[in-house]
Design a protein around this ligand. Structure first.
Ligand code: NDP
Length: 385
């Protein structure tokens, strides 16, 4: 029987990979909602192709274009934040949360409240909401399956084992495009260089996060919430080949790792089919051709983001939401050519240093903390010299 699916952030990189898998098994899926920010043209084309019930753009200015493009299709068109939440709240067997940034939090929470399966790519939502989100998952009987390749790897390595027997969880990091750059070179890194990831093809924001290593910092916080082993059992290791996607070490000395090609369709397929397995068209790993898998300790002097994120998770409360919001503003400013690459993580540190609001107890609290931290980060933006 076909399962229903909604894709929040359908026009993005994760959205495209998800819909590529859905396209290959059309009888297995019935598409409920597809959403985008302002890309009405591509969203309408996807909604028509997959006969979605509803297509939503977050940006209300894009609604006329969406309506035009869907004219005569019978597909509902809607716009704005409330419409995004309403579309997610229709519920689906699987909701793929693939909006970038904290903008995805409210719709993801709406899907969680329906109690279905949430395939979570939108790490910023979990980083910001933390306990508020995990409590909602428990309260509504939802299933949260990680799509981030590292967390999906860890999830797979934990299957059939007792989490109480875990000695350490190690997140692997490619190190990004600048892993071998000197501190001086990093000062001059451009947006075009930062978005050129050596192993993965991804949206601009996560590509910059990979370059600063803030992506791994956010993933550290994500892992803290998904896998309750305690912060002291979470590690990060640089693994330039991105073949081992993460590892779990058990108390008997066994380390389980998940390996796979650098193609997000693999972890997405794992979440879509779980607890089964589905076919993907991904090129299988050729370990003999790869030859060597190497590992090294992260350099937190050149790339302080993992340390900043670890400190934020230890501080707890509002700190991760503040960190995430400041980082989002700083990454946007860097991409717009307004600040230097090395200012991104510094900006997050500066906003955190200005003091923290009380810990959030609700979605509204998280949204308010996020808005305030964004305002503070904007104040700190300096033009590039
Ligand atoms: P993209 O930038 O490629 O796509 C983002 C999607 O979100 C687009 O559909 C975009 O719409 C939509 N969107 C952007 N801003 C808003 C907003 N304010 N309100 C509503 N929708 C919005 O991002 P990715 O696919 O790369 O990443 C998505 C998420 O998945 C991120 O959280 C990222 O960290 C995570 N992730 C991504 C991986 C990857 O390989 N790409 C790997 C692991 C995690 P529009 O097209 O109209 O702008």
């Amino acid at each position: 029987m076909a399962r229903t699916i909604s894709v929040l952030g359908a026009t993005g990189s994760i959205g495209a990979s998800t819909l590529d898998l859905v396209r290959r098994e059309p009888c297995q899926w019935q598409v409920v909602a597809l959403t985008a920010n302002g890309n009405a043209h591509d969203l309408a084309a996807l909604a028509r192709e997959f006969s979605a019930h509803v297509a939503v753009v977050a940006d209300e200015a894009a609604l006329p274009a969406l309506r035009d493009a869907l004219a005569g299709s019978g597909i509902e068109a809607a716009a704005g934040q409330a419409a995004l939440v309403e579309a997610a709240a229709r519920g689906a067997d699987v909701t793929v949360a693939a909006i970038v940034g904290c903008a995805g939090l409210a719709p993801t929470m709406a899907a969680i409240e329906k109690g279905g399966t949430i395939a979570l790519a939108n790490k910023e939502a979990l980083v910001s909401a933390g306990d508020v989100m995990t409590a909602a998952v428990a309260r509504h009987g939802a299933t949260l399956l990680p799509v981030d390749s590292e967390h999906n790897a860890i999830f797979q390595c934990l299957q059939g084992n007792d989490i109480a027997h875990v000695r350490a969880i190690t997140l692997t990091a490619s190190g990004g495009p600048f892993r071998d750059w000197t501190a001086e070179q990093l000062q001059r890194a451009t947006p075009a260089e930062a978005v050129k990831h050596p192993n993965w093809s991804m949206g601009a924001k996560i590509s910059v996060d990979s370059a600063t290593m803030m992506n791994k910092g956010l993933e550290f916080i994500e892992a803290f919430h998904l896998f309750p082993v305690g912060v002291e059992r979470l590690r990060v290791i640089v693994h330039p080949q991105s073949v081992v996607h993460s590892m779990v070490e058990y108390r008997d000395g066994s380390t389980l790792a998940q390996l796979g090609p650098s193609d997000m369709r693999v972890p997405i397929a794992s979440a879509l089919a779980w607890p089964q397995r589905m076919h993907t068209p991904c090129t299988p790993l050729d370990l003999a051709a790869i030859g060597q898998l190497t590992f090294r300790t992260p350099d937190e002097l050149r790339f302080p983001a993992t340390r900043v994120a670890r400190d934020a998770v230890v501080a707890g409360g509002a700190a991760p939401a503040v960190l995430n919001a400041a980082n989002e503003i700083a990454v946007a400013a860097f991409l717009a050519g307004q600040i230097a690459f090395t200012r991104i993580v510094q900006c997050a540190q500066d906003v955190l240093a200005r003091g923290l609001p009380p810990a959030p107890a609700s979605l509204q609290d998280v949204i308010a903390i996020d808005a305030e931290a964004r305002a503070r980060a904007r104040e700190l933006m300096e033009p590039v010299r």
